[in-house]
Structure formats: structure tokens, C-alpha cells
Design a protein around this ligand. Structure first.
Ligand code: F6P
Length: 360
């Protein structure tokens, strides 16, 4: 019988509980035990480690659609890899984590995390040398390399789209525009996808340069006097500070375009997990369990051309290295970000959506 652990680290997103529940189901079928480590690395930085033996009663299937992590993602105030390094406590912190992992006597650990968590796991890989480390990618930002989808992205797109659907009704009643600020950090995938899904008239993302005058002309020339302008939180406007949606809103107001801003914020990380995220979570869970059976370690599950498989963490880390793109001189980017050749940009352009200055 194997004994495996699951840990959820970094920001939450919808789909974490489905992943945990599917790992439990697949592991139980194999006769394995599954331990959930609570609160990310916080749960390993206490003595004894905070871990619970999972079973169907603790995470029933009907609750696996709920957002958040049943295991929690950790406290912002707790010591973690980054703050330990800042405070010169890395040695002590890592020694504690290693001791906790040893005391749990795990054969394998499945880490469900984003870029930051996976990079930190790789940077501190000695911690996991006595067990198998399998990672599963999750984030609403979809900024992780080598995978066409991350858990939580599709639900975030749906959440943001639903939010915009509601705004459009009041926008129409008052003949005005809404500037909606999407999450995503410096990656425009979420804004681009939700912008297209909700029928936005303009989508501004960090990867594509835009011109405010051209945006204003575009809005003035649309056939409607209301609509949505989707703005990624990662865009910037020279000479302006503050929230990007506010900056764009001020420019529109100055040009006489009646508008309001809207900030869906963490609603994008919430919401019942949509079917495609649940299917992805199930496929990644299955892939992670197979990787354990195959004695793999230091790997991450990925989706490519509808195939799910593992790649080594070293390959993942080098693919994610930021490079500067000559077409986007102001931004360092990796292959996970929106490429200037992304077919969705073409579609948006053909639909008359203002997406910036790369397409004429
Ligand atoms: O990385 C996920 C994310 O939701 C980003 O899109 C966003 O910028 C950030 O986390 C928000 O973090 P916090 O929950 O700490 O405010």
C-alpha cells in the first residue's frame, strides 16, 4: 500500500477540490492512503505536521465542485520559502519541512500549484529527495508554460463572462460603457478569453501595445452607445499610475465617453467549477497517480494537443524562463503568454474588437 500526500499552495482557484477528490478516488481504487496537508507549507512548519487522512466523508463528491481549497492554501502571515529567505531562515525552514515530510512517511507528494509554487519546489528540490514529487498546474492566470490549460482557468473565464453579462444589461439601460478590470497579473489570457466570450468592444492586454486615441476613436465609431472594454490588470499607461481600469476610464471620460469601472476581483477565483475544469482535474489526477505508479518524480502534468502527460520539472522551469519578445519590447514574456500570432487575436480583430496595435 502506498501513502501519498496532497498539498495546495499559492493563490486558490476553482477546481482544486475536484482535483483533490479525484486523486482520492483514484488512489482509493488502488488501495492507497491519501493525506491532505493543511494550509500549504504552513502545515509542514508545525510540529506535528497538520495533515488529515482523507476519505469520502471529508470530501464528498457533491462538494468537489466548490471553489477554494478544502485543504486551505496557507496564511499570508506565515513563514514561507520567500519570507524565510528574506529573513535568512531558509536553512531552518527547510530543515523543519524536511523533518515533517519524513515523519509523514509519504511515498509521494502531489503539489497542486502555480508558477511560483512549482518554481519554489524545484529550487528547494532536496526537500523531496526521499519521496516522489508530482506537480499539477493550477492558476486563473494561465501563465504556466508547456500546458494548454491550467486548472481554474476555464472557471475564471466563465465567472468573468457572467459578471460582464450582468453589466451589459445596466450599461444598455444607461447608454454607457463599462471598463472591466480582469485579473491575470502580467498575462492577458484571462482578459482575452473572457473579453471574447462576453462580446467586449475592446480588449487591452499587457502583451499587445495599444493607443488610447485609437481606442477612443474605436469606441466613438461603434454602432452602439454602450458596451464593455476589458482591461487586463497588467497593462500600463505611460505617465499614469493607479488601477489600469481607472486610467482608461479617465481617458474615456475626458473624451466625452460616458463610462464606469467595474472590478470583479476575487470572484474570478471562485464559482462552481465548470465541466471542462472538472474534466481537466480528473485527467491530471489520473496522470499524477500513473506517474507515481511509474516511479516518476520531479514531474508536472501537462495538456498538449488534447493529450495529458508528464514533463520533467527541469524542462518546465526552462520553458517558463522569461525572454523578451522583439514585438513586445516593453515586456518580458514566456511561451505561456498571449503570442502576437495567437489565433484568438485574429478572430477578435475580424470581429471588430479593438485589441491594440499589432493588427491593422
Ligand atoms: O495569480 C492569481 C491572482 O488571482 C492574480 O490574477 C491576481 O493578481 C493575484 O492572484 C491576486 O492575489 P491576492 O489574492 O493576493 O490579492
Amino acid at each position: 500500500m502506498k501513502k501519498i500526500g496532497i498539498i495546495t499552495t499559492g493563490g486558490d482557484c476553482s477546481g482544486l477540490n475536484t482535483t483533490i477528490q479525484r486523486i482520492l478516488t483514484g488512489a482509493t481504487k488502488r488501495g492507497w492512503q491519501v493525506w491532505g496537508i493543511l494550509d500549504g507549507t504552513d502545515g509542514l512548519y508545525v510540529n506535528p505536521p497538520a495533515a488529515v487522512l482523507l476519505n469520502d466523508m471529508l470530501l464528498p463528491i457533491e462538494n468537489s465542485r466548490l471553489a477554494g481549497s478544502f485543504l486551505h492554501n496557507g496564511r499570508a502571515t506565515a513563514l514561507n520559502f520567500e519570507t524565510a529567505a528574506e529573513q535568512g531562515k531558509t536553512k531552518q525552514f527547510n530543515a523543519h519541512l524536511k523533518k515533517s515530510l519524513k515523519s509523514l512517511e509519504l511515498d509521494a507528494l502531489i503539489l497542486i500549484g502555480g508558477n511560483g509554487s512549482v518554481s519554489l519546489a524545484w529550487a528547494n528540490k532536496n526537500l523531496y529527495q526521499d519521496l516522489q514529487l508530482i506537480c499539477i498546474p493550477k492558476t486563473i492566470d494561465m501563465d504556466m508554460p508547456l500546458t494548454e490549460r491550467t486548472i481554474g482557468f476555464d472557471t475564471a473565464v466563465q465567472q468573468l463572462t457572467t459578471f460582464c453579462d450582468q453589466l451589459l444589461l445596466t450599461a444598455r439601460s444607461h447608454h454607457r460603457w463599462f471598463v472591466v478590470q480582469a485579473m491575470g497579473r502580467d498575462c492577458g489570457q484571462l482578459a482575452l478569453h473572457a473579453g471574447i466570450a462576453s462580446g467586449a468592444s475592446a480588449i487591452l492586454i499587457p502583451e499587445i501595445k495599444f493607443d488610447t486615441n485609437n481606442l477612443i476613436n474605436h469606441i466613438k465609431n461603434t454602432t452602439t452607445d454602450y458596451g464593455l472594454i476589458m482591461v487586463s490588470e497588467g497593462i500600463s499607461l505611460r505617465g499614469h499610475s493607479g488601477r489600469p481600469a481607472d486610467m482608461i476610464s479617465r481617458k474615456l471620460s475626458a473624451a466625452g465617453i460616458l463610462n464606469r469601472t467595474a472590478f470583479p476581483e476575487h470572484i474570478q477565483r471562485s464559482g462552481d467549477t465548470v465541466a471542462t475544469d472538472r474534466i481537466l482535474a480528473t485527467r491530471f489526477a489520473d496522470c499524477a497517480l500513473k506517474a507515481i505508479e511509474n516511479n516518476e518524480t520531479y514531474v508536472i502534468t501537462t495538456l498538449d494537443c488534447n493529450e495529458v502527460f508528464t514533463v520533467s520539472l527541469s524542462e518546465f522551469i526552462s520553458a517558463g524562463e522569461c525572454v523578451s519578445d522583439p514585438k513586445i519590447p516593453a515586456l518580458m514574456t514566456s511561451n505561456a503568454y498571449v503570442s502576437p500570432d495567437d489565433p484568438l487575436l485574429d478572430v477578435a480583430h475580424n470581429m471588430g474588437i479593438y485589441i491594440g496595435e499589432t493588427k491593422k
